[in-house]
Design a protein around this ligand. Structure first.
Ligand code: ZN
Length: 365
């Protein structure tokens, strides 16, 4: 029997130690890739903890006139960019090695770090506390109300975790478990210090998205968009969440391309509840009937832990004035959104490769 050490199937060095290093590694892969064009940077205000510039970076791979496009998005929620970078770098690596082949009628647009400030500072939101994935609403209209959030808001900033838990339990007992999750995470527009705040104007990530759609005439092409997220659902599993309407062509495409594992918040089959202002909606608005948008959400720990780690993060950022003091919460955030465990990281890379190949096959057919 062969007693040598097991073969390493996945190189988890693609998981970066910081936004700066992730960006550098991503740029190096892009620079080495034949067929990479339209390499662009979209600067974001602010700096990293190391004092470096912040930017969303993009690359177009393949024919610039391709009628079909796969779009990969990382870091919609800043800190989730650790896994998002890894998936994109792994994909670029495989492309260069010829292990991923892009069909001739298809191009790939890779978007790196859509919320670079949150990635650099280990937060989900941007520097103004805005969650890009609640930000795609019409700000000229009255903003959505979240009464459950308003009811629970006093509990969020209680210093004692047990008291918070008690308040959640009472709310869930009265209104149900889904109502509790919607109250906390569905999106809110009147509490900038709190979690899941959708803001009062379009954020950097939304503006860059709209600019990319215009610059690459994406409304004229068939699109498979994969938005990479972490922190919700079963440990290591990549859930394909479809926020299209259940009876829409978007949902039909999702089922045709990704099969039976697709889940729909609107049907209650997802670990995510329906939410307001999703980034999805910016893309749904320009998509034809041969396109769909999915969130590929990698689970880590329980939803209770997610809410707890996020509330601690918002409490600390609301209290401390020194940015670097606030950054002390970074370790817990990092642990929740990108566990430093080889097995978790390998599951992420495996599933991402699988879903990307489904997307390429589906959109190009
Ligand atoms: Zn997310």
């Amino acid at each position: 029997m062969n007693s040598s050490s097991p073969v390493a199937v996945f190189d988890t060095h693609v998981f970066p130690a910081s936004y700066v290093l992730g960006r550098k590694q991503w740029q190096q892969q892009v620079a080495r890739l034949a067929g990479a064009t339209s390499i662009a940077s979209y600067p974001c205000s602010g700096v990293t903890p190391e004092g470096e510039a912040l930017s969303t970076d993009t690359v177009w791979i393949g024919d610039k006139d391709a009628p079909k496009v796969l779009v990969l998005i990382s870091g919609t929620h800043g800190i989730e960019g650790f896994a998002g970078s890894a998936i994109e770098i792994d994909f670029l690596n495989l492309l260069r090695a010829g292990q991923f082949v892009i069909p001739s009628n298809t191009a790939v647009l890779v978007i790196h770090a859509l919320t670079p400030w949150g990635y650099a500072w280990h937060r989900r939101c941007d520097a103004d506390g805005v969650d890009l994935n609640r930000n795609v609403v019409d700000f000229s209209q009255p903003l959505p109300k979240n009464r459950g959030y308003d009811l629970l808001r006093p509990a969020f900033f209680l210093p004692d975790a047990q008291q918070r838990k008690q308040a959640y339990a009472e709310f869930a007992h009265q209104h149900g478990r889904e109502a509790l999750e919607t109250a906390i995470s569905g999106g809110q527009y009147n509490d900038p210090a709190g979690p899941f705040y959708g803001g009062n104007a379009p954020t950097h990530g939304r503006l860059v998205t709209e600019q990319l759609i215009r610059e690459h005439s994406l409304q004229q092409r068939d699109l498979a968009v994969i938005d990479l997220h972490t922190g919700l659902g079963s440990y290591g599993y990549g859930e394909i969440i479809c926020d299209h309407q259940p009876d829409s062509t978007g949902t039909r495409m999702a089922h045709a391309w990704y099969g039976d594992s697709v889940t729909l918040p609107l049907l209650g089959t997802s670990s995510s509840v329906p939410k307001t202002g999703l980034l999805d909606y910016a893309w749904h608005a320009i998509m034809n009937e041969r396109s769909c948008y999915i969130t590929l959400e990698f689970g880590t720990f329980s939803t209770e832990q997610l809410f707890e780690v996020l509330l601690r993060d918002h409490q600390l950022w609301a209290q401390a004035t020194d940015l670097h003091v606030r950054f002390t919460q970074a370790k817990a955030m990092r642990h929740h959104f990108c566990p430093h465990e080889q097995a978790w990281q390998e599951m992420v890379l495996f599933r991402a490769r699988q879903v990307i190949s489904q997307a390429l096959r589906g959109v190009s057919s």
